[in-house]
Design a protein around this ligand. Structure first.
Ligand code: CMP
Length: 140
């Protein structure tokens, strides 16, 4: 297994409910380290560009509106097999299908307001990290 980095977003439903600490405890307890972090209000243009791959999907406009409905916490997680590990800790996209003990099972409100985002593959992790962070902002 290799040490990897992945992009994590704590979404507006979770910042609104003051859950950032509880969510990050799950990542840290699960063996991941937060090596970059910032709390921001995304612009519509940023959210549209970040989720550009979903532009043709029926949920795209609602997803963008949701992602700009409040602050998000952007972070880079590092660890062994971090991309897959992060996805295990988050649980399935739809909280109705998420396993016990996962972030989405415990905290997500719906498939849209699902509390966290995580990169799905090495290429997207590199792209998503570079979308939000300069190299100098990541401190291992
Ligand atoms: P995320 O991992 O951030 O990537 C795309 C997001 O689209 C996803 O999590 C969901 O929050 C959101 N989404 C909203 N509706 C759907 C849907 N029907 N299928 C998949 N993703 C959806």
């Amino acid at each position: 297994m290799a040490v990897e980095r992945t992009l994590s977003i704590i979404k507006p439903d979770a910042t609104r409910r003051n859950l950032t600490g509880k969510i990050n405890a799950k990542f840290e307890d699960g063996g991941l380290r937060i090596v970059a972090q910032k709390r921001v209000q995304l612009s519509k243009a940023q959210a549209e560009a970040f989720y550009g791959v979903h532009r043709e999907r029926g949920f795209f406009n609602d997803l963008v509106s949701f992602m700009i409905s409040g602050p998000v916490v952007l972070q880079v997680l590092e660890g062994e097999n971090a991309i897959a590990r992060n996805r295990e800790i988050m649980g399935a996209t739809n909280p109705a299908n998420a396993a016990e003990g996962t972030i989405r099972k415990e905290f997500a409100e719906s498939i849209e307001a699902n509390s966290v985002h995580g990169s799905d593959a090495p290429e997207t992790a590199a792209q998503e990290i570079a979308f939000f962070f300069a190299g100098t902002e990541i401190v291992a």
